[in-house]
Design a protein around this ligand. Structure first.
Ligand SMILES: Cc1cc2nc3c(=O)[nH]c(=O)nc-3n(C[C@H](O)[C@H](O)[C@H](O)COP(=O)(O)OP(=O)(O)OC[C@H]3O[C@@H](n4cnc5c(N)ncnc54)[C@H](O)[C@@H]3O)c2cc1C
Length: 470
């Protein structure tokens, strides 16, 4: 058996200078995570141009037991795309595999290589008069392969579902180099087990997604964007129920943010404006298309629920520019919070009926665990998904604060589970929550996960230490 060193030389030879790099300047941004919490090292950055090249690379890595870390746009928030510090793992980027292969307007599908950036995919769909529904603030960098690997959610889940619901077919290179060709665009297919599902949300621990065929939706003729001011998360939930009762599935986004969050964005982005002339404790950014946008249906529904006292005030975007300005207040929140200082972050989901109680009890818990901290609870509450982030108290040393991450996270997650929720709603497990997954999802479910991993990756080379403990 050749040494890992010889195998890496063979990979360099195979892919040529464009396909590999160990230039520190090229590697640096790829070896730290967006939040700067995880850092790693790598033996080599590998950038295959075709599925065939990647298959040969994987065969060599499998044979020589070289750990492989797939990386998309590196916008993941759990350290899943960052190699460990040993410097022995290789980093595989699909940035050279980014072609849009087909837009089938009749069949309502789009097929692309996995390195295609999400916003390009959305644009290609729009150019063909259709909509690719997955939408998130990192869409200018996140790749479709990364989005599928994390089963990304975002702002349209309420109506269109997560990445999983968009995927019709996949091509995947397995850890031993075999190529799974399940790149079908069928809406119906009951031929045995649905194998492609294993790779959605697996965070690159079972194989590398190289191509995806996804569902397209009709492009909405019109849409309405509204920011509503509400008294509390409970009022937001009443508003959601009221609007859904009147507008049904045409409500596509329902995002909650507190005043404190809005202020973070206003301080961070000097071009951003408070849409209201006075402060309110909570805001909901909501969007509707189809039925909601017909004949001012959303405004009419809002007026009715406002009359019932659910809404304090509302701003309806009168133009695309105004809608974009409202969305900026939501989309820039993660960046604004990062700029404002360290925080202990939780990406959780609870049943909708428990959401306001969870926020209230979680906030009291945060104050008990980290006195003086500020809770920023925001996110896709229409899906029961809250980003429950606890900010460092003023004057407290950042390292001391962050050292309490695991203790704090355990207690918050226990509260979430007590409400029947999940400690990982849309960002995944990565390396951040490996221990928590094992603690909170034991029993048969975890056994099956380990069984699948052992079957597909017997040498444990695929994204080692992510999702499941080694
Ligand atoms: C500002 C901001 C806002 C965000 N908002 C949202 C949001 O609303 N909803 C949401 O769900 N997420 C959100 N995220 C998180 C992130 O954008 C998503 O997790 C996204 O899906 C990651 O895509 P990526 O291409 O950057 O993947 P990466 O970060 O590069 O990788 C993520 C994981 O997928 C694996 N992976 C990457 N490519 C492949 C592949 N081709 N095959 C197999 N495995 C692969 C990696 O190994 C890693 O485990 C946000 C992030 C930021 C920075």
């Amino acid at each position: 058996m050749k040494s890992a060193h010889t195998a890496l030389a063979a990979i360099r030879e195979l892919l040529g200078p464009e396909g590999t790099s160990d230039d520190p300047d090229v590697l640096a941004p790829r070896l730290r995570e967006w939040r700067d919490r995880f850092h790693g090292a790598t033996a080599l950055l590998i950038r295959p141009a075709t599925t065939g090249e990647l298959s040969q690379v994987m065969r060599l890595c499998h044979e020589h037991r070289i750990g492989v870390v797939p990386q998309g746009g590196n916008t993941g928030l759990c350290g899943g795309a960052i190699p460990d510090a040993s410097g022995s793992q290789v980093l595989i980027s699909l940035e050279r595999m980014q072609r849009i292969l087909e837009v089938d307007a009749v069949g309502g599908t789009i097929t692309a290589e996995a390195g295609c950036v999400l916003s390009r995919l959305q644009q290609a769909a729009r150019d063909a008069g259709a909509q690719f529904a997955l939408s998130l603030a990192a869409q200018g960098s996140a790749q479709i392969g990364g989005c599928i690997a994390t089963n990304a959610g975002g702002t349209n889940v309420l109506r269109y579902g997560t990445a999983r619901q968009q995927v019709l077919g996949l091509e995947v290179v397995l850890p031993d180099g075999r190529i799974l060709d399940a790149l079908r665009g069928l809406r119906k297919d009951t031929a045995g087990y649905d194998v492609k599902q294993w790779f959605i949300g697996a965070e690159g621990t079972l194989g590398i997604i190289t191509k995806a065929c996804c569902r397209l939706h009709p492009l909405p003729q019109a849409s309405r964007t509204v920011m509503a001011a509400v008294r509390s998360p409970a009022s937001a939930l009443h508003l959601l129920a009221g609007l859904r009762g009147m507008l049904g599935e045409s409500l596509s986004s329902f995002e909650l943010l507190p005043r404190h969050g809005l202020e973070l964005v206003l301080n961070w982005r000097k071009d951003a404006r408070d849409p209201f002339d006075q402060p309110y404790p909570w805001y909901v950014l909501l969007e509707g298309d189809g039925r909601a946008a017909e004949d001012d249906a959303l405004e009419t529904a809002l007026a009715r629920v406002s009359a019932e006292g659910m809404v304090e005030a509302a701003v309806v975007a009168g133009s695309i520019a105004q809608a974009q300005a409202l969305w900026q207040l939501r989309d820039e929140l993660s960046a604004a919070q990062k700029h404002a200082g360290p925080s202990i972050k939780h990406d959780v989901a609870v049943p909708l009926a428990a959401l306001d109680t969870f926020i209230a009890r979680g906030t009291a818990l945060a104050e008990r665990l980290v006195p003086g901290s500020t809770v920023l609870a925001f996110g896709h509450v229409g899906d029961g998904n809250v980003h429950f982030n606890i900010g460092c108290p003023p004057g407290m040393n950042a390292d001391t604060f962050l050292a309490s991450w695991e203790v704090v996270a355990r207690e918050v997650h226990d509260l979430v589970v007590a409400f029947g929720g999940t400690a990982s709603a849309e960002h995944g497990i990565g390396q951040l929550k490996v221990t928590e997954l094992a603690r909170l999802r034991g029993g048969v479910e975890l056994e099956l996960m380990h069984g699948l991993k052992a079957m597909l990756d017997p040498h444990g080379i695929m994204n080692p230490g992510k999702v499941l403990a080694r």
